[in-house]
Design a protein around this ligand. Structure first.
Ligand code: NAD
Ligand code: UGA
Length: 483
């Protein structure tokens, strides 16, 4: 059977909309993909000739953009055109945690989803399949349907109808292209079988049948929230064990390996780190907790909130350890921060553990030099909400008047001069290749390396005369002879 869908629109050209439509366009050359966004800046970045300036850094993305852009893949701000011509519309807009009003701090803010649904109702023609690609609270499909059909009542001259489906996205940043090309599963929830089959026929062009799951719409919405909650819970679990390792003399890498060998548990997502970041884990768990609360399930809400609360505690614990190891004060001490992205292979900094840790260190008076291979100074400034005081070339103001800490950005690896410590917060491949024998000579003695990602070779660091603290490394507790 061939698909009756020819023209696809995606509202939202973000970390999900952009890569997802790019891979779909690559796998479905017979279909047209129009990715639209209200942000002119974002769209013009997607249309840049210089592919190093795409709004998102994702391995493998620029090659696919080069191959498919302006063939069957188009980025524009022309929502009306794209919606009018679409047989199927993905809604892939942001759904951050609500900041004010009912459910503030927990539930998702659906104003961008609502605005998208209103645009769809206003401009669509004939029958349109509307697909939730954004991660949404359970029963949002009902809201979307209501918006679509109530808007239709106002413009009754049109012969327009809709099917609403849920098709959550499971890609992880940094591996998005591979995740999209080889997904573990494609989940399609709905009550219109024909629409569900139309969407699944698109995926079948590159995804094996057995990976395409068809469910009711509410199961699909809930499964997305629950999947993220399970993943985040695993990270909080391993990080909690890392704390126990440090006080007992165990090693989290060994413990994680032993746990993961149980085939019922599996080895993935057992790496202890500075606490989970990213735009979704925290927001989706809080959303799940809010849902439970809404239905009067207080104990369930508290259970899931515990995962987020532990993560916050864990991030704070790392900055405390840094201060303690540096003799209880870091005031005016130069500390190198290696990595600001929430994980490697992305330029995304949303909810990155680095934000909280850097802020804490600046509050304690430290002089930070922040390096990240893909994150810009502007982006760091936006996240820290503290202006970078110095350019690369300028010297640190060590005068007593300057009691609060400060930070500056470095594009190069020339960052270790006079540093008291280096803190690895993102597991960038480059950081594995730092020659500690060379860099240690530039640092103040005694100097520390704080490795929150377990990427350095402990022997190389200690042979270079540096003190090493690794997350979940109980052996360091027993060492009496720090350099
Ligand atoms: P994002 O902020 O990167 O992108 C959203 C885009 O939507 C923005 O460019 C914004 O300008 C645009 N937008 C907002 N309202 C619009 C409107 N009315 N019309 C047109 N464009 C509009 O967000 P994201 O990271 O791509 O996430 C999108 C959704 O996907 C969220 O619900 C998120 O939870 C979910 N999700 C994200 C990831 C991820 O890795 N980032 C993975 C799976 C699912
Ligand atoms: C996560 C999920 O993995 C995706 O399936 C989901 O689609 C997505 O959220 C979403 O809904 O947004 P993402 O946040 O991009 O993807 O990246 P992850 O690889 O899950 O990492 C999240 C955080 O957990 C990062 O800070 C990472 O460093 C941390 N992490 C991950 C660990 O500390 N240890 C691990 O073993 C794995």
């Amino acid at each position: 059977m061939t698909s009756n869908i020819k023209n696809i629109c995606c509202i939202g050209a973000g970390f999900v909309g952009g890569p997802t439509m790019t891979v779909m366009a690559d796998r479905c050359p017979d279909l047209i993909f129009n990715v639209v966004d209200i942000s002119e800046e974002r769209i013009s970045s997607w249309n840049q000739n210089d592919l190093s300036k795409l709004p998102i850094f994702e391995p493998g993305l620029k090659e696919l953009i080069e191959k498919n852009r302006n063939k069957n893949l188009f980025f524009s701000t022309k929502l009306k055109n794209a919606i009018e011509n679409a047989d199927l519309i993905f809604i892939s807009v942001n759904t951050p945690t609500k900041l004010i009003g009912l459910g503030a701090g927990k539930s998702s803010d659906l104003k961008w989803v609502e605005a998208s649904a209103r645009e769809v109702a206003k401009f669509s023609r004939g029958h349109t399949i509307v697909v939730e690609k954004s991660t949404l609270p359970v029963r949002t499909a009902e809201v979307i349907k209501k918006i679509l059909y109530s808007s239709l009542e106002e413009t009754s001259e049109k012969d327009v109808s809709f099917s609403v489906l849920s098709n959550p996205e499971f890609l992880a940043e940094g591996t998005a292209i591979n995740d999209l090309e080889n997904p573990d599963r494609i989940l399609i929830g709905g009550d219109d079988k024909e629409a569900m089959l139309s969407l699944s026929r698109i995926y079948k062009k590159w995804v094996p049948d057995h990976k395409i799951l068809l469910t009711n719409i509410w199961s699909s919405e809930l499964a997305k929230l629950a999947s993220n909650a399970f993943l985040a819970q695993r990270i909080s679990s391993i990080n909690s064990i890392s704390t126990i390792c440090e006080v007992t003399g165990a090693d989290i890498r060994e413990v994680g390996m032993a746990i993961g060998r149980d085939s019922r548990i599996g080895s993935k997502f057992l790496e202890s780190g500075p606490g989970f970041g990213g735009s979704c884990f925290k927001k989706d768990i809080l959303n799940l907790a809010y849902l439970a609360e809404y239905f009067g399930l207080e104990d369930i809400a508290r259970y899931w909130e515990g995962v987020v609360n532990f993560n916050i505690w864990h991030q704070r614990r790392i900055s405390k350890i840094i201060v303690e190891k540096l003799f209880g004060t870091i005031s005016q001490k130069r500390i190198v921060i290696l990595g600001f992205a929430f994980k490697a292979n992305t330029n995304d900094t949303r909810e990155s553990a680095a934000i909280k840790i850097c802020k804490d260190l600046i509050e304690e008076g430290a002089d930070l030099i922040i390096h990240d291979p893909k994150v810009t100074q502007n982006q760091i400034e936006k996240e820290l909400k503290i202006k970078s005081l110095f350019n690369n070339s300028e010297e640190t103001d060590l005068s007593p008047k300057n009691k609060l800490g400060q930070w500056r950005f470095s594009e190069t690896y020339d960052v270790f001069d006079n540093a008291h410590a280096a803190v690895i917060l993102t597991e960038w491949e480059d950081y594995k290749n730092i020659d500690w024998l060379v860099e240690s000579k530039k640092m103040v003695r005694p100097a520390w390396i704080f490795d929150s990602r377990s990427i350095v070779n402990p022997q190389e660091v200690t042979n270079a005369g540096l003190n090493l603290w690794r997350l979940g490394d109980g052996s360091s507790k027993n060492k009496k002879n720090d350099f």
